[in-house]
Design a protein around this ligand. Structure first.
Ligand SMILES: Cc1ncc(COP(=O)(O)O)c(C=O)c1O
Length: 456
């Protein structure tokens, strides 16, 4: 007999049931929602979330990779409150305000790219970059350069334009009639390649494929969009900085823009402020989002080179960039981003790198786990592939982990941690134990576990 759900779930269950009726929850088929209603969260503090029953849950994935400095971080909250007392929002057509100017200047100092254009989500930032790129070529009299290239297994968001450069078969087929799909070129497949020669051959092969495509299609291609260093949604597929540097070289040689989608990997996640830094690369467009406000408010940005901006210096409206959002450059979100940048200074990045090495040692039992392979880490991203994972692994594992006080959502058979940067060793130890126990329950089918009850 499976044991019942943990007792005293009444308040949770009620909110959960109301949520199922009234809210459309992302990435959750309705049938799954009905089997296990969403857990109601009432507060957060640091890496911890508190549910309606007072149970603590460690947010090991930074609530979809947005939360950098923990929940309810006081400095970011105070910056928003202070801004709220001045002005919460004004439109940017014909008006401006201090937080948006200061944020744009600071991002330009930090990245070497200026001319910030703001949206709310990652997908919208990527669409802005793609539109800007194609419009740039049009303004130069090269309107044929309007197509895009993406890497195999890319993920750039789920609006229609972003889906066009996203290479996830489920999305591509489900929305095929609505999309203008990009060409894809292979990423270097380094998984399982231990020796340097084989790794180098895989990188050479991927670069040759891109070169070959660009030789034929550069005249019709506006931009290549990449997720620098880590393709997170693809299951944490890593490529080395050397590959990124060669991609930059090829784009320059063939006169095609490079769009760096750092929505997931920017803001210190890979150990440096931006992932492109590790390859010594400056893209033509850089997209940031997610952690930009420390997880407080939706804000994304596209930064570009002076050269791109100069192509839009025309009186003719058709040669101006045509793109606007009502909330572009929202003052509260910009204030939150400025406070986040204050926290994410060089000493903090160095401290993060040292912390990640210590946690790496602590996570040793996962690196040696008989059912986990291909252990990998970059900055504050850890990933492992589950060997012979059952088909419903992500869902069952997620429920088992939640029952043990850890928020984890494997991607397919890839288990990963992307914790807030304020995780400490005791919290990491909790995460380790919850993960080991959830693995045991999911892979060895310990009867009576949480998942059995939830699935019953
Ligand atoms: C690399 C990358 N780009 C874009 C997005 C889309 O961002 P958003 O969900 O804010 O639209 C994501 C989301 O996970 C992402 O990982």
């Amino acid at each position: 007999m499976p044991s019942p759900l943990p007792a005293a779930d009444a308040a949770d269950a009620d909110l959960g049931r109301r949520s199922v009726r009234s809210v459309w929850h992302p990435c959750t088929p309705l049938e799954q929602l009905r089997a296990a209603a969403p857990r109601a969260i009432v507060s957060g503090q640091g890496v911890w979330l508190l549910d309606a029953q007072g149970r603590r849950i460690l947010d090991a994935i930074s609530s979809w990779w947005v939360n950098l400095f923990g929940h309810a971080q006081p400095d970011i909250g105070a910056a928003i409150t202070a801004q709220m007392q001045r002005v919460e929002h004004v439109m940017l057509a014909g008006l401006t305000h201090e937080p948006v100017v200061r944020l744009s200047e600071r991002l330009a100092e930090r990245t070497g790219l200026g001319h910030a254009q703001y949206a709310s989500d990652g997908a919208c930032a990527n669409e802005i970059a793609l539109k800007l790129s194609a419009h740039y070529w049009r303004n130069l009299g090269k309107a044929r350069k309007s197509r895009f290239i993406a890497l195999g297994s890319s993920y750039h968001g789920e609006t229609l334009g972003a889906l066009g450069v996203t290479d996830v078969p489920l999305f591509r087929t489900s929305y095929a009639p609505l999309l203008r799909p990009a060409a894809t070129v292979p990423t270097p497949e380094l998984r399982g390649l231990a020796d340097d020669a084989a790794r180098q051959a895989a990188i050479d092969h991927a670069c040759a494929a891109l070169d070959d495509y660009l030789r034929r299609e550069a005249a019709r291609t506006a931009a290549l969009i990449v997720e620098p260093l880590v393709q997170c949604a693809a299951g944490f597929v890593f490529h080395p900085p050397q590959y990124l540097a060669r991609v930059r070289e090829l784009c320059t040689r063939h006169d095609v823009h490079l769009v760096a989608d750092e929505i997931a990997v920017g803001m210190g996640r890979t150990g440096t402020f931006g992932a492109c830094e590790q390859a010594g690369v400056t893209p033509d467009f850089l997209c940031l989002g997610k952690g930009l406000t420390g997880g407080f408010l939706p804000l994304s940005v596209v930064l570009c080179t002076d050269r791109v901006q100069q192509a839009f210096e025309h009186a003719d409206p058709a040669r101006s960039f045509l793109h606007s959002h009502s909330y572009t450059g929202n003052a509260l979100a910009c204030a939150a981003a400025l406070a986040t940048l204050d926290l994410l200074d060089e000493p903090r990045l160095a401290a993060n790198r040292a912390l990640a090495q210590r946690l790496d040692r602590l996570f040793e039992p996962l690196h040696r786990h008989p059912r986990l392979g291909h252990a990998r880490r970059l900055g504050m991203i850890w990933a492992w592939d589950v060997i012979d994972a059952p088909a419903d692994f992500p869902r069952r594992f997620g429920l088992e982990a939640l029952a043990r006080g850890a928020l984890l959502r494997p991607i397919g058979s890839t288990l990963y941690f992307m914790p807030p940067y304020v995780i400490d060793e005791p919290a990491a130890e909790h995460l380790l134990q919850a993960t080991l126990q959830a693995l045991q329950a999911t892979l060895h089918g310990r009867p009576g576990g949480y998942a059995d009850a939830a699935l019953a």
